[in-house]
Design a protein around this ligand. Structure first.
Ligand code: FES
Length: 102
């Protein structure tokens, strides 16, 4: 893979010992990762987008948290149903989804 144009970080509450335990994981963040991977594939942009799951960002009250670079956009209270909108609006059309931005 070439250096991605966008890098998406999704908090899945991953801990250093490999377990996933925490607020975001308890609120469907692994489904958010899966939906991103599927939407990226379906929109044929997998050559320019990378998705990584992470540990806690320290903003659990606003979780599940999704962070997208290079913009440094932080999205909060993301649900699996929000993913397609983020992909189409932010990644494809360049418009941050304001209603989810924190
Ligand atoms: S567990 Fe996701 S921000 Fe804390």
């Amino acid at each position: 893979m070439n250096k991605p144009e966008f890098h998406i970080f999704v908090c899945t509450s991953s801990r250093i010992n490999g377990t996933q335990k925490g607020y975001c994981h308890s609120n469907e963040s692994t489904e958010i990762v899966t939906n991103f991977l599927e939407a990226i594939e379906e929109n044929d942009i997998s050559d320019k987008v990378m998705v990584s799951n992470t540990g806690c960002f320290g903003l659990c009250n606003d979780g599940p948290i999704v962070v997208i670079y290079p913009e440094g956009t932080w999205y909060g209270k993301v649900t699996p149903d929000d993913v397609l909108e983020i992909v189409e609006s932010h990644l494809i059309n360049g418009n941050i989804v304001k209603r989810l931005e924190i």
